[in-house]
Design a protein around this ligand. Sequence first.
Ligand SMILES: Nc1ncnc2c1ncn2[C@@H]1O[C@H](COP(=O)(O)OP(=O)(O)OP(=O)(O)O)[C@@H](O)[C@H]1O
Length: 760
Amino acid sequence: MEENSENLKVAIRVRPILPIDKFQDSVVYLEENNNIRVSDGDHFIAASYDRIFPSDSSQNEVFGYVKSSVEGTVKGFNCTIFAYGQTGSGKTYTMFGSDWEQNNPAPQVYYKQPQNRSIRKYKSASPSHMFNDPSKYGIILNSIHHLMEYAEGKSFTFYCSFLQIYNEKIYDLLQNATRDKPLNIREDKVNGIFVENLAEYVVQNAADCFYLLEQGDKNRIVRQTRYNHHSSRSHTIFQILLESDKANKRGVLKKAKLNLCDLAGSEKYDKDSNMVKEHIQEMTLINKSLSILGKVISALGSQNSAHIPFRESKLTRILQDSLAVNTRTILIATVSPSLEYIEETINTLKFADRAKQVMVKIKKNEISATNDQLVSKLQREIQHLKDMLNLRKKGGFQEINQQIWSLKEENERLKKITRDITVEEVEKLKQENKNLRLELQTFKQMDSTENSFFVTASQSKSSSSSNQVRDFPPPPQIKDILPALESGAGIQSTLEEWRKKDLENAVENLKFKIGKEGRCPICTLKPPCKHYLSSDEIPKPQTPPKEVLPLPTYPRQTRSSTVRSENTETPRSNLSFNGLPKHMTIRYRNSSAKVEETAGYSEYVETEKRKKFMKAAENNMIKLAKIEAYREEKIKRELEKLEEERKKEEEDEIKQQLQELKRRKYLEQQKKKLEELRVLKEKEQIEISMKRKSEEEEKLKKLKKEKKYFDSQKKKIVEHNRKKALIDGIMMDQIDELTNNVLNSKSSGRSERTIIGKLS
Ligand SMILES: Nc1ncnc2c1ncn2[C@@H]1O[C@H](COP(=O)(O)OP(=O)(O)OP(=O)(O)O)[C@@H](O)[C@H]1O
């Protein structure tokens, strides 16, 4: 499985200055290396992005940028493309196309109660309709157109859904024009995150998708704002689901989603215009959901953000898969170059800058063709389609019912093989699924009386399809019926006549087929049945089958007939969309249709029940025997195991005892060693203390000797001192005497020499 991480691709598209803009000077400057600068002296921002589309870039150039990601869906990679930007910056222009609004003037339902457009008559598109000019196609139309061509020759079933998020509520744009049934988001293992009960239409070609787009867009909320006469006030997501019908060599089936989102534009509170309460609420909720989208993008781009607030808005919750994992995501941020919007332009560029940091992990969506969940899903779907077919057959449709019962038989057979299902069988299931869808579509076209969404005309499936249950002869030429259709007069009666004739022929054809197969013409079962004991009793059908006339078809592009030149600017197809409404097959996620009881059904159910019961009983006996054998074997194995365990335990015990003995012996040895050491130490201690004692005595003796010596010395010193003092005393006496003598001799006249002689 291919797997890699890549940044979310971010491109900027600058729209031209429009006459409606107050300031006609541009503040946006494009530089080399996809760098953009916005400045007016007060404000400034410069940044680079993956791609920048200048104001003169064509729709084809923009599509060229996303083309490979769109093609990736055929290989099993999910893809989400969304346009982000302030109101009036060119999101719808980029996603849907130039002139989209002129061609699809959605009702400005804001001030009025919305009308139920599902039953309104649908006018043919004029030749100048943008559908007829591929150079005007925006990303959505181009993606559809290209995808159908690209998937040519590959066996895929395409489903389309179209929803809007308005005031934080989700509405089906194709089913709920009155916006009275908001839908819920659910999550499960099989579908991931999905919108419960959102209608998914089976589409055959681009024209089918365009038709759905156009129908759905009529129900989108649009209002005039200060900056845009035709401002989309809801986020829309047009989704194409691709499911491969055939497993590849590795036995896997591919499945991918293409989400094409046109977001509502952010808007500033305008003090000058008297905004009504609803307008303010609507604006607040749009801005809030866009700011949550910004928060989510920031959290995804930051390394240390533990919580990503996907659940805070419906938009981010639906896009959770696309933003976080497994989707190639492309953000096209649209900006206006006028000075008037400089702040919004800078905000948009900042938002786009944050988005560049987000790393998305992508991998192919592949399911093993023998995957249990897939098989049961396919079977549920087949059952659902068959039930739908049953429910539609009433009164004069008895013969059609018979065909359904035979389909039911086939379904039962398929159910039985589920246990040992192989890749081929799953493919067969898928093929049957597809055939049933087509068959249902054909039946719907025959039904002329209903007032359903796609009602005023029918379109038969293209005769080129090889999946049809019946082969139709070539359709009548468009020129034969076009005048009647275009004039508008007699369309209904022309179509009804066609249908009536077609239905009669179909009934006869079926009767013939049933008879030819040797089935009972009443209950369609193979005899023996309630009516005939053997096939021989059944009267042989006489009437050869008549041709089943197809209903009128219109020139349109089918996947098998389109040839496109990549290098030219000429229209890529001669797709002429005159938008005649038609029946389409729908499936709903999570829906459960009840099976209507019709003639022969109870008997059929009873027999099937009995058969099932017998089979179940037989299976149970086999299972019981198997269980018994298994149990015995298990008990034997358990006993052996127990014996082994017991032996092991015994061995372990002996080992343990031996170990214990060893341990004790070792301990005793250690103890002995310790005792010896202790005795040795004690001896050592005694020796040391004795040595110390003798040393001390020795020291004492020495000290005494020293003391004696000191004492004698002291005595000597004292004696000396005494003697010295005595001498000193004598000397002092003599000095005194001499002094007196000197003094006396001075007075008596004796010589000094006599005195000194005495002194010395
Ligand atoms: N690249 C472009 N070239 C020419 N005209 C453009 C371009 N982009 C937008 N316009 C014109 O600008 C006007 C507003 O564009 P658009 O309706 O697509 O804006 P928006 O972003 O979808 O606005 P809102 O969010 O209000 O719906 C339209 O008249 C459209 O034709």
